[in-house]
Design a protein around this ligand. Sequence first.
Ligand code: UT7
Length: 332
Amino acid sequence: MNTITAAITAVGGYVPDFVLSNKVLETMVDTNDEWITTRTGIKERRILKDADKGTSYLAIKAAQDLIAKANIDPLEIDMVIMATATPDMMVASTGVYVATEIGATNAFAYDLQAACSSFLYGMSTAAAYIQSGRYKKVLLIGADKMSSIVDYTDRATCIIFGDGAGAVLFEPNYEGLGLQDEYLRSDGVGRDFLKIPAGGSLIPPTEETVKNRQHNIMQDGKTVFKYAVTNMADASELILKRNNLTNQDVNWLVPHQANKRIIDATAGRLELEDSKVLVNIERYGNTTSGTLPLVLADFEDKLKKGDNIIFAAFGGGFTWGSIYLKWAYDKK
Ligand code: UT7
């Protein structure tokens, strides 16, 4: 068989050491552990405390974890896609710096931004480059230092987000394993409901924008929640139907970790039992571009060659979708 499919052949992950628990958040804003746990499923999140480190630090650590575990020569990497909503700087590309720092000096790199769907969209991009036959090793990293854009006086957002990163390597496969199908969508109606209003070309930074906290992430949680539940479930259901998969055929659901109630609603629509739904939101919160690869890194032991995995995500923009992928290896 000569058809090239794009398989994930290695994973890595990294979260910073500092733990921000619900108990500590109780001392910062008017909230409590019970509210956060029942409304979101989150118990704690990790924060990159070092003032001189940005998202690239998290991305480099995750990529280095992958490179060490899979024993890969970074010089063989053709391309680095950096999925992030919190680049080190507006310009230059964080991916370029990360690629150089990890020794991927034969690669070209760039950033891809689609809010919480950045990594999901990145999977599509990485796979397309592999399937075309143009490149052999594409490193996709999802990383976000959400603490750099969170307003820690806003209880509606500061309880949700955390810092973290994960990485996967895409390579050609000739056994039909890897990415099988994708359904990706976006809708600009979401622009007003989840955003960092200032700092871009529309509202450049001024003293005023800083004073008004317009450089922090703001969301209308209720509206985002509604769209997320409907669209993540619809997209995943469509992917199953289109590929003639029943709930019995699905081995794992890898959902974006934004809210346990959104995850439960998606799993419920697919009629999947809890044991098939991979969740680590209680430990990390929502790490935006980091959630999907961090789930793979945390649960790599469970994943077996040939397993059918459904990925699903929803994010600002709005952006959302679902990907069906066959896992390509047993962990050694
Ligand atoms: O990855 C994509 C990005 N984001 C998401 O997917 C997030 C989607 N949205 C959500 O996860 C949920 O909407 C939240 C977790 C953000 C909020 O949960 P909710 O059940 O939608 O709560 P709500 O915003 O409707 O607020 C309910 C009540 C309000 O009080 P009143 O008006 O009923 O008196 C809020 O003021 O809970 C209050 N509240 C809080 N109470 C304690 C809001 N935040 C908090 C808090 N602690 N942290």
